[in-house]
Design a protein. Structure first.
Length: 203
């Protein structure tokens, strides 16, 4: 059976623009044309991160994961992502899930990836919802469940995630009419519970 994985799992999926994050976490930091050397920006991230700023901790983790301004170090990336994640930062929770998917700095573990994606998905993160749907669709670290896959993918698609809709439609073709109806109802419940948005899943 053709796997439904759509997102290359070799890439860290989430990174705030460095200049924007520096401005957010350190209003006093200014750089020419809004851009600064990655190394200088990492210094600001580290200062804010050590003071407990979750956005800065996430961005420092991303910097280590991608080797931007610092040597690439997945273990260090995971350390800072975890600090942000335990504060409830959905982006950090997503990143931890991606690193477990890829085996970056940790042994590959889809069950653990699923746990972290679920945390982010329940905060309305569409990237995590899409990845969670793909994990369910492929039975990666969990029994294959097309209804759960459809439900999460439909929620992500309703939020405008471009990759989610075609995968959702592929999954829908694997469900019986009654199972599809149940998946749609589940999706509406997830949307109501986990997404703060005026729109509603249309499918």
């Amino acid at each position: 059976m053709r796997p439904l994985i759509l997102i290359p799992l070799l890439v860290i999926s989430f990174a705030l623009p460095f200049a924007a994050a520096v401005a957010q976490d350190n209003p006093g930091a200014t750089y020419s044309n809004g851009q600064g050397a990655a190394q200088a920006e990492v210094i600001w991230y580290r200062k804010a991160a050590m003071q407990g700023n979750a956005n800065a901790q996430l961005n420092l983790g991303v910097a280590y994961a991608l080797g931007l301004g610092v040597p690439q170090d997945y273990a260090e990336a995971m350390k800072w992502d975890r600090k942000a994640a335990i504060q409830g930062n959905a982006g950090a929770q997503l990143e931890i899930g991606v690193m477990y998917e890829n085996g970056q700095g940790v042994p590959q573990d889809y069950t653990e990836a699923m746990k972290w994606h679920l945390k982010a998905a329940m905060q309305g993160n569409a990237d995590a919802q899409t990845r969670l749907g793909v994990i369910y669709a492929n039975g990666l670290g969990t029994p294959q469940d097309y209804q759960e896959a459809y439900a999460w993918l439909n929620v992500a698609a309703a939020q405008g995630h471009q990759d989610a809709a075609p995968i959702r439609d592929d999954v829908a073709g694997k469900l019986t009419p009654s199972a599809l109806l149940a998946a749609q109802q589940l999706s509406k419940r997830y949307f109501s519970d986990y997404v703060k948005h005026p729109s509603d899943p249309a499918h």
